[in-house]
Design a protein around this ligand. Structure first.
Ligand code: NAP
Length: 357
């Protein structure tokens, strides 16, 4: 069941000038717990690694897709799952890059079964081609990790004419899940356990565009350069990830479909995701040095995704529709619980992909 908003909170109630910012509460104890990696209710914490999270999981007989597995968090997530016997499809727009990741995984884990496949999430035709190729090759799909993401990229349009952060981070994944849903459901029924969709969101979801700029989701002005900010566009796409996750769970629950959808904030992780951060290289390096104790390594960054993908149902935060960080349940913004907004986003996405069928 999708969780209700925090007690007493009206969805969207704090949606005033900074659309649904609803900042995470800072406490000195919380900061200390984060820095020292003190485990939370799940028994894991900010310093746990993807390998530790997967250690007790049996992935044999399971099939997973990890999008954006040509590097960063996706590659590490794929490695951790494949090391436990799961067949992992490395879905990437750059197949040679994904093939190098596959070779590195096989070198570290000779029994690993990994398979690069082409998927460009900024092209709805590519998503459709990937889904058909996958369904032709594979009879099962137990886990889909919607990890790929473009972060703070300058304004550009996708191949279908949608603002690229929205198109890549949300719309491509929306279509991918819709196309593969029958296989996820069929595989869940055969396995006697729900299939999972894990969506990479971010704490950035708390700062979408303001109402003055058409926010929190710029349905009417998606491509409008006026009022566009790449930070807000990223935040919008990450809010979409959370709204999508909860709406998918609501729809699955209503239809009795055996699906579990979870959203994840991986932490602030030292990947290439900061390539578009608008700071000179030297300043960026200096800043990174200053905040170093706060930044996670990639194995720690992929841990929460692996927790969402592998922890048993009923473990903290693993019942469907939750938001997780540091391998534990985490409070998301009030706006992300807004079921009406989730439904509007779903219907908007439905129409957007239908235009390019
Ligand atoms: N790192 C962080 O601190 C952080 C914090 C919060 C949330 N996240 C989220 O975590 C996820 C993974 O980020 P990361 O840190 O691993 O970033 P990253 O190192 O930049 O990796 C991003 C991955 O997404 C792929 N990608 C980008 N556009 C694509 C497209 N159109 N089609 C297919 N694949 C595409 C990239 O492929 P190429 O190799 O071809 O570029 C790459 O494999 C993202 O969704 C991000 O929003 C990251």
């Amino acid at each position: 069941m999708a969780p209700a908003p925090a007690k007493g909170a009206k969805p969207g109630a704090r949606y005033t000038t900074r659309a649904g910012a609803d900042d995470a509460e800072f406490t000195p104890l919380g900061a200390l717990q984060y820095l020292l990696g003190i485990p939370g209710p799940s028994g894991f914490g900010s310093r746990s690694t993807a390998g530790q999270l997967a250690a007790k999981w049996d992935g044999s007989g399971k099939v997973a897709i990890v999008t954006g597995s040509s590097g960063g968090l996706g590659a590490e997530t794929a490695r951790a799952l494949a090391a436990r016997g799961c067949h992992v499809v490395l879905a990437a727009r750059d197949v040679p890059k994904a093939s190098r990741v596959a070779a590195a995984i096989r070198a570290a884990h000779p029994a690993a079964s990994v398979e690069p496949m082409e998927l460009d999430l900024s092209s709805l035709a590519s998503v459709r081609a990937f889904a058909s190729a996958f369904a032709r090759k594979r009879r099962a799909l137990h886990l889909l990790v919607a990890n790929a993401g473009t972060v703070f990229a300058p304004l550009s349009m996708s191949k279908d004419g949608y603002e690229s952060a929205f198109a890549t981070n949300h719309l491509g994944h929306y279509l991918l899940v819709e196309l593969l849903k029958p296989l996820l459901i069929e595989s869940a029924r055969a396995a006697g356990a729900p299939s999972r969709v894990v969506v990479l969101s971010s704490e950035g979801h708390r700062h979408p565009p303001t109402p003055e700029d058409g926010g929190p989701i710029r349905f009417e002005r998606l491509n409008d350069p006026k009022g566009y900010s790449k930070l807000a566009a990223y935040a919008q796409s990450k809010l979409c990830n959370l709204l999508f996750c909860r709406e998918l769970q609501r729809r699955a629950d209503a239809a009795g479909e055996p699906l579990l959808c979870l959203a994840v904030h991986p932490g602030v992780v030292g990947t290439d995701a900061d390539r578009h951060v608008p700071l000179p290289g030297l300043l960026k390096r200096l800043l990174k040095l200053l905040v170093r104790p706060y930044i996670k390594g990639v194995p720690q960054g992929a841990a929460t995704t692996v927790y969402a993908a592998t922890a048993p149902i009923g473990a903290p935060g693993i019942s469907g529709g939750e938001y997780l960080a540091d391998c534990n349940p985490h409070t998301a913004s009030t706006l992300s619980h807004d079921a009406e907004l989730g439904r509007t986003l779903w219907e908007f996405s439905e129409r957007a992909v239908a235009r390019h069928a």
